[in-house]
Ligand binder design. Sequence first.
Ligand code: FNR
Length: 375
Amino acid sequence: MNDIKKPLPPLDYIPADIACAYDYEQLAQAFIPADILAYIAGGSGHDITQRNNQTAFQDWAIVPRLLADLTNANTEAQLFGQHFKHPVFLAPVAYQSLVHPQGERETASAAEATDSCMITSTLASVTLEQIVARAKPPRWFQLYFQSRPEDTHALINRALAAGYEAIVVTLDAAIQAPSIRAIRAGFKLPGNISAANLAHQRPDEPLQQRPGDSPIFARYRQQAPALQHLAELIKASPVPVIIKGVMHPDDALQLKALGAAGIIVSNHGGRTLDGAPASLSVLAAIRCAVGDGFPLLFDSGIRSGSDIFKAIALGADAVLIGRLQMYSLSVAGALGVAHMIKLLREELELCMAMTGCASLAAIRATQLQTTLSGH
Ligand code: FNR
């Protein structure tokens, strides 16, 4: 069910009324059909976690500092032996052809132009090889375990052969609570858009349901990776394996002990368990559990450079941008995504300069003050 108002086609220039990265979220409403917008913007259930992800950033204020020495100031990061010019990564986001005819190809060009790490989703709407053709390293591949082990292995081997340099295993979305907003908007994946890298796979086996068994538990059993499968992947992988979807310190510790190279604190942008805490609110406790030095990335709710500053202050080494990617892609393709990243980076640099932080390592929790008192 598409909106009566026809969405605008992507522009080949940056609109003059974009003054900050967040403006792409507002403007995208004119470029994305209403049902697709509901799928992208919505969280699971009633969007409670999705909303809280953003408001959690307002619980913190950034305290300015004076007379800083910013000689050699930079936003560089070292993670997994890889060098990054800045900590603003592109989160795995499925089916990008929903908002631009070239889909992930455009995002890859933006990643290339802005030295950003693009994490390609298992559910990308173009092939892994087409993406690699557009983006120089760093490039990471996001893996959803498939219900047949041979399909999972084939995906990993294909990604490694194409030159992806890390595997991000998403563990929090084996099943997802549906988005009520997307259901009400009548969203269905259009017939011309599909998961290009799963095209060769045989359809899933019918659910193995015991009599009286819940189809939800049955689906979870069929789709969620077992601990042993994850351990085998970590052991065998020639590239770092990073786990996405961590929301509890004990899970973080278990994954660290299992040999994960790093973790991503994330509630999937509020798209899995509605009612889960805001990702930001669990970040400091998870950093505390895994200790300094263990690579920890963060996403969910970031809409500005000051949000990025706060996430780094509370323990993140780098952050992933989800929905803003789709919004900027819909407005102006690669140009829009590159512009959005540039704006976020500049907004982060402004915060760093005004708090006297010459490096990401200098951004600490002491630069923040809670606003929970209401002031
Ligand atoms: C996602 N996300 C996601 N995550 C993942 O691991 N694999 C995927 O295929 C997808 N697909 C996807 C589609 C859409 C439309 C959205 C909005 C999100 C989750 C994504 O990687 C990230 O965790 C969140 O988007 C971060 O929250 P923000 O930045 O959107 O608030």
